[in-house]
Design a protein around this ligand. Sequence first.
Ligand code: NDP
Length: 237
Amino acid sequence: MADFQGKSILVLGGSRGIGAAIVRRFAGEGAAVTFTYAGSKEAAERLAAETGATAVVTDSADRDAVIARVRESGPLDVLVVNAGVGAFGDPLEQDPDAVDRLIRINVNAPYHAAVEAARRMPEGGRIIVIGSVNGDRIPFPGLSAYAMSKSALQGMARGLARDFGPRGITVNVVQPGPIDTDLNPADGPMKDIQHAVMAIKRHGRPEDVAGMVAWLAGPEAGFVTGAMHTIDGGFGA
Ligand code: NDP
């Protein structure tokens, strides 16, 4: 287990699911963690009370609010961008506003947050973005907008890794497959179709993803950058 004592960590989108597991992991290892949320005030307050992390409202759809939040958080040792939404369905029927909102949250916010964090990040800083195995593989219809947003993170991480590498800052994407959260419940309607394409036919746990994030943020991963790290039970195999 890495030790994050004294490290300053911001998690964008930490109130529930994978983000909450990441907050618990870092706070449990001594980091000073701040996390954002948009709608889930009660869950955020409960998690803050449980972990000692600081919860703040910031809507990732609001670019300027995201940039301001990162700036106000001071120099960060680790930035994790986890906030993400889905907009699933027939592209011919989808509301274009919903697609554009998804792009603001899933693409624009990670980019601007990463750049703002890098302005004052010290040597050894870590930028970790939660993408999806759907950035690599789209085995069903109805995923186009979501998959597009997660593929965009790949180019972003490769590029920013080059931009910030000379300063010892790493940029990586963690790409989960089906993980048991409100977004994708283990007993939800997509369960059977998802498990059918997996090598390990079950949902993963948010804590599994948090473990990979902690490794990427820790001392063993200083030479790992511009890379995609898939944790998907073989969904993309
Ligand atoms: P959940 O829907 O369970 O949780 C999403 C989290 O992001 C919540 O804390 C939510 O906060 C926050 N969030 C959403 N929109 C905003 C916003 N506009 N501003 C600030 N925070 C926001 O999702 P998961 O935990 O399942 O997903 C987390 C990430 O992992 C996403 O990027 C998702 O795409 C990715 N992922 C998930 C997979 C899965 O199977 N679960 C698979 C592959 C990738 P609040 O409720 O307060 O708004």
